[in-house]
Ligand binder design. Sequence first.
Ligand code: SF4
Length: 649
Amino acid sequence: MAPNSIPTQSSLTAPEIERRLHHILPRVQKPGRYTGGELNQVVKDWDATSLRAALVFPDVYDLGMSNLGVAILYDLLNRQPDMLAERVYAPWPDMDAALRAAGLPLFGLETKHPLQAFDLIGVSLPYETLYTNVLTVLDLGGVPLRAVERGQGDPLVIAGGHAAFNPEPMSDFIDAFVIGEGEDVLLEIARLVLEWKASGGPRPSLLRDLARLRGVYVPSLYRVAYAPDGTPDRIEPAAPEARLPVLKRIVPRLPPPLTRLVVPYIDVTHNRIPVEIQRGCTRGCRFCQAGMITRPVRERPVAEIVDAIEQGLAHTGYEEVGLLSLSSSDYDEILELVRQVSARFAGRHLNINLPSLRIESFSVELMDLLQGEASRSGFTLAPEAATERMREIINKPVSTEQVLATAREIYRRGWHLIKLYFMIGHPSETLEDVQAIADLSKAVLAEGRAVIGPRASVHVGVSTFIPKPHTPFQWVPCDTLESIRAKQTLLKQQLRGPGLKLSWTQPEETQLEAWLSRGDRRLGAVILEAWRRGARFDAWQEHFNHAAWMQAFEATGLDPAFYTHRERPIDETLPWDVIDAGVHKSFLTEDYLWSLQGRTRVDCRERCFACGILPKFAALRREHPGEGWECPEVRSPARQAAAAAVEAP
Ligand code: SF4
């Protein structure tokens, strides 16, 4: 346990916690992170509510308050008359120390009950570098860190989010993972917990009942055996209820958009109304985990989006709206949406963001229409790679001429700044491909200079590729630290001078994300050890403690290079094979082989590549015809029979 750990069974009442909190808040940064009481928060009667859930975003409040997933689940649970949900964020290190010094447990923001007093703790895991913060939150909340240490009176700890698609590294600490979209399954879990509470049954029986739910993975009900070379050999269910693999959950149509958002008192990452316009992506970029695991595409009707903006403005007073999607240009009625939004909200000084646009002049027209007279801070383009050869390998085919023509159009329409996003470390990348990043960035700047003169500028963001689970690149090794440093040095030398700015990710931080995303369940010991040695807020450069992680690997006898720098044979059992993201492994394999040949795939709305989504969700598709699904209808009887076999409970 960390120094000054909170006793497991905190005896402090909520009023007492609130009273003592007033003494420590004046001494920490941004006390508004810990007070609750914001506009639109939901406070329910603790004693009169049967199920109490804490929704944890394991990063600081400022970031967590901008997370749409938590906001959706908060609204969903609080709409149930017999349930309540409260928010919990990771306290910043000053507050962590202050809570420990005062012997105060971490609490739900709404009523200040300690985390240990909740029935259900739902942890959001959108990215892997939050893992040590999960341990901090549990420890400060008085909840035993490891699932095996939790007893009858302890909360059930569940987790979900994109990182949960490889749940194994966190399997020591989480009782059950939700795989995929949480809207339906969270309510099923909450109902089970309620029934279990009422029955007084033993905790193991709750875990087995949870494993019966579709989309729920209970790690303690599986055994993993390792081969002498350390690779996973077999993954086996250890109980009849445990499915293998666990197929992700999806909702057939997007639930109504959230409009009554909690409005923070303090400045947070995004002070805006987020409206999801579509879920999923049909582009098939091979590096993109989100594009693979969120299939199929489901769209929200234009009228629903426009209405949500209107209601959201009325309920929050925000002046900014984000129309969210993995690839906004691919929303079928994007032009109609933009026309309606710009007509309806003209003259209201509303800033409307439409992120993730394709690199084409049409995108610039859309933004031009949408932003009207609003100030044009910067236009983002994400070619991801700078040579056409490399863009074919990653399946983001766009010609260099198209990039330059789009840049010309952006400057011509009044933007001064273009933000370009690239990745280094793609499979088969050479130094020439990296040099091309500098050349293309300078060429974009030259276009700007030609159009608007010295006011033109280019910001270049360069991250490092990590081969993520459930993508066609899941077998390839990561770039070594030496290679990443050499590539970054080249870019730093090349991208200097007026109008150019370069930012990059630290190679050690990339390495950590790679270990955690590609690891097996033995990584749990490393995470715990690193946390004990001081690893916290790993996603924050100023807090990242590389030494703690290296010491943790050494202490546990695991080789970090085994997880990151080894090409995995196609037939190797992967730790995340226990999860079925809906896309066939054979599709990923074929796509990987295509990448080696530089073959690309078109948008799968133009041609279905039978990735696996259709047979796995065919019944859902049939039950909800239309509904904005972009995959073709399932008609063939043979396919329907195959789908029925896959979907059988
Ligand atoms: S089933 Fe076909 S259309 Fe649907 S996501 Fe897969 S490839 Fe695309």
